[in-house]
Design a protein around this ligand. Structure first.
Ligand code: S3P
Length: 167
């Protein structure tokens, strides 16, 4: 039986656009954990961080992600910090299959610089260093994903094909 396919990786790595394309290809529903958190809290992610703090966000993230993984098979894109949570990782090992979308840091930088969705984890005055520091602190955990898809290009079709090859 097909399990939920979970896309993990850094902010700006393309998880959402790859996930939507993959869902179309496999005829499955696509869900983005951050969008579900925003729906539940009725405010944006930056407002959650600002008003309630990161710890509060991480608790809601844990609850929502575990619930989403333990459901009907789907394509699930997780916020960049979700896989760092061991409870979420355990739930994925049990009920999902994980793909680390490992995008080149230069591409991530370009995307995050242009993105209108400002991420509260980033220091935009020092964006390159901020991305690198977060990446360095997380990469050993991202490596625990079932599969790693390395990518330099923006060609989501290629990335989707690579994922499908591994299923
Ligand atoms: C975060 C990534 C964001 C969002 C929040 C925290 C992180 O999601 O969950 O701002 O800690 O890396 P994206 O990876 O979709 O940008």
């Amino acid at each position: 039986m097909l399990k939920t396919i979970v896309l993990i990786g850094m902010m700006g790595s393309g998880k959402t656009s790859v996930g939507k394309e993959l869902a179309k290809n496999l005829n499955l529903n696509f869900i983005d954990s951050d969008q579900e958190i925003e729906k539940k809290c009725k405010i944006s992610i930056p407002s959650i961080f600002e008003k309630k703090g990161e710890d509060y966000f991480r608790k809601i993230e844990e609850k929502i992600c575990c619930k989403l993984i333990d459901g009907k098979p789907k394509i699930l894109s997780l916020g960049g910090g979700a896989f760092i949570n061991s409870k979420i990782r355990k739930e994925i090992k049990k009920n999902g299959v994980s793909f680390w979308i490992s995008t080149n840091l230069e591409n991530i930088y370009d995307r995050l610089l242009q993105s209108k969705n400002k991420r509260p984890m980033l220091d935009y005055n020092n964006l390159k260093k901020s991305i690198k520091d977060i990446y360095d602190s997380r990469k050993e955990i991202y490596k625990k994903a079932d599969y790693t898809i390395r990518t330099k290009s923006d060609n989501k079709k290629n990335i989707v094909n690579k994922i499908i090859e591994n299923l």
